[in-house]
Design a protein around this ligand. Structure first.
Ligand SMILES: [Fe+2]
Length: 298
């Protein structure tokens, strides 16, 4: 039933770096009961047919950005994260995610990592599936901890082959009527070499600073570098939320209290998506997969 013996490792903190949320704007999750045991997870997964068929929720958000060039006012960003193509997430499910993204008629599609879980054999198929993503101004991606641990270069290559721009401590400029909007991306925070200054290097001083980052723990560093808006994933929103029990993430990392939604630190606002896939157990409970859509406003 378990995909890997490294059950909770993907949620462990990077040594010496801690979550630094300045203010929390979302509800906190129930943290009142005992830990999951493997037997309870196993029992829960037997109800997969009942709870695992939750539809993807498309959520809509407005994000105000200082210095956003007028021409980009109303720009629509569609965010997909933690797809985790694996034996728990079929290719058909990935294609359904792509279809839903395309239905949003995005201006820009942003991907924040974990395309696979533990096996290389899923890299090429997920890359091909993501090659069907439609977007007016391109698809931009960063890698997640699972991608890095399996094979970062191979995942990046599969995405590039699908005409997706992979931002590993780099940025890209979207041009519209002579104006530019920059999207930056950092390498993975726990297992890669994330470098915000390198990612921001080419962005002119007065431009909005948008950052793709897999792991939300980067928010403290992002705030220090005056990033305006960070899109992140990694938490899966807890993935398994059984009433009166802690979610998997909170169990493994008691300091992590915010698993989804908007958070802020200074002038930096960040959105943590619940993501789309599943790890550890092949189900989500009371935590539907999510595709957030952001409308940028000046
Ligand atoms: Fe993930």
């Amino acid at each position: 039933m378990l995909e890997s013996p490294l059950i909770f490792e993907s949620w462990n903190s990077r040594k010496g770096k801690s979550m630094e949320f300045g203010s929390v704007s979302r509800r906190r999750f129930l943290q009142t009961a005992s830990l999951f045991s493997l037997s309870s997870l196993s029992a829960a997964s037997s109800t997969y047919q009942l709870v695992g068929t939750e539809e993807i929720e498309v959520t809509q958000h407005t994000v105000r950005l200082k210095n956003l060039p007028r021409v980009f006012d109303g720009l629509k960003l569609v965010h997909l994260t933690d797809i985790h193509h694996s034996k728990f997430v079929s290719l058909n499910e990935v294609l359904r995610m792509v279809e839903l993204s395309n239905q949003q008629d995005p201006d820009v599609v942003l991907l924040t990592g974990d395309y696979i879980t533990w096996s290389k054999k899923f890299i090429s198929p997920v890359g091909e599936a993501l090659g069907n993503l439609k977007s007016r101004f391109g698809v931009y991606a960063v890698l997640g901890n699972h991608d890095v641990r399996v094979n970062a270069d191979q995942v990046a290559q599969a995405l590039k082959k699908a005409h997706i721009e992979v931002l590993r401590n780099a940025s890209a400029r979207i041009d519209l009527r002579g104006e530019g909007l920059w999207i930056a991306g950092v390498d993975e925070y726990m297992y890669g070499e994330s470098d915000i200054p390198a990612a921001m290097m080419e962005i002119p001083r007065l431009q909005p600073r948008i950052l793709l980052a897999h792991n939300p723990e980067i928010i403290g560093e992002a705030a220090r570098h005056q990033i305006d808006f960070v899109l992140a994933g990694h938490t899966h929103g807890g993935q398994v939320r059984i009433p009166y029990m802690r979610s998997i993430n909170v169990v493994t990392q008691p300091g992590r209290e915010v698993l989804e939604g908007f958070v802020s630190n200074g002038r930096t606002q960040m959105y943590i998506s619940r993501g789309l896939g599943k790890v550890v157990v092949p189900l989500r409970i009371l935590c539907p997969p999510e595709i957030p859509v952001f409308y940028l406003r000046a």
